[in-house]
Design a protein around this ligand. Sequence first.
Ligand SMILES: Nc1ncnc2c1ncn2[C@@H]1O[C@H](COP(=O)(O)OP(=O)(O)O)[C@@H](O)[C@H]1O
Ligand SMILES: [Mg+2]
Length: 361
Amino acid sequence: MSKFDKNIPYNDLPLLPPNADIETKKILRKTISAGRALAQLNGTLKNLPNPTLFLDTIYLQEAKASSEVENIITTNDELYKSLVADKKVENSATKEVLSYKEALWLGLEQLKEKPFITTNLCISIVQCIKQNTASIRVTPGTTLRNTKSEVIYTPPSGEAVIREKLTNLEKFINEDNTIDPLIKMALMHYQFEAIHPFADGNGRTGRILLLLYLKLSGLLDTPAIYLSEYIIKKKADYYKNLRNVSEKNDWESYILYMLDMIEETANRGLGRLDKITTAIDNTAEDIKTKLPKIYSKDLVEILFRLPYTKRQHLIDENFGNPKTVGNYLMTLEEYGFLKSVKVGKEKLYLNERLLNILEGK
Ligand SMILES: Nc1ncnc2c1ncn2[C@@H]1O[C@H](COP(=O)(O)OP(=O)(O)O)[C@@H](O)[C@H]1O
Ligand SMILES: [Mg+2]
């Protein structure tokens, strides 16, 4: 096998499984603790009184973070306003983050119909993220560069080569049952990024695949975990670890990084869920005491579905006519539960408590 050269298309990228010890003592230990954290998160998510309540929010947070890894930056405020308001989003970063969230939902929907990760699924995902008809790269010349514009990696070139490596990856994901799923997840992520099948959107598609795989392998019934939050914090290590697999066949450090990502974000997710459920309980108690006439469990849940709400959301949930629900929202604002803001001609209502928890304040 020829030596790896970052400037030459890596058509010799080895197929999976790797020719290396991927079950070292360190890795196996870390697999146990990461698996435990994940199981705890899974249990907590399952036992939530209304498990689908936060999904849009959690998926959107992951979408925002994963896009931020690629320097596509938006704020939570912009994001949630755009999601809720009628007014069209103008900002391209916000648009891309919203598309990312749609791509994640699309992937999850497709898994329900066909429980496999396939090349076609990856193509649908990247098209949804990019809102175009991109497919496997056909023209040569794709390189990965650092911020100084130096080449750090040149992925395989030629559609046939790329497709062959993707077929091997597909088979590995769907058929190899000899490796622990958490280790497998790390392996498949490197391989997908190293194949780099698309001209753009590979990082984001690859990170959506991580969530889909967590679902597919049964590790998380609802893949509500902000993995990319970890990558943002340790981005240099993410890049270095990926590079060292290609350059030095150093799988161990890379796998440990991925397992640590799982463990840390599962634990952080647990902490956040705990804060949100406490905030919901406290808000419910508060509204019950101060505004017994308008209190209902369903109303409180609406306030925590997304950081912003509006009259139409309440109308859709049969809380009454526009005038009645308008009064509800005004009263909730008077008592400090919500804060109104104008977006275009529309009035949105912000639940600051929820936004603060999401932002880790
Ligand atoms: N040395 C490397 N080898 C393989 N993949 C890498 C390497 N360095 C970075 N990557 C991956 O490439 C991604 C960036 O590729 P890109 O197609 O621009 O994705 P996106 O458009 O989602 O930003 C990174 O997020 C990372 O996952
Ligand atoms: Mg990019």
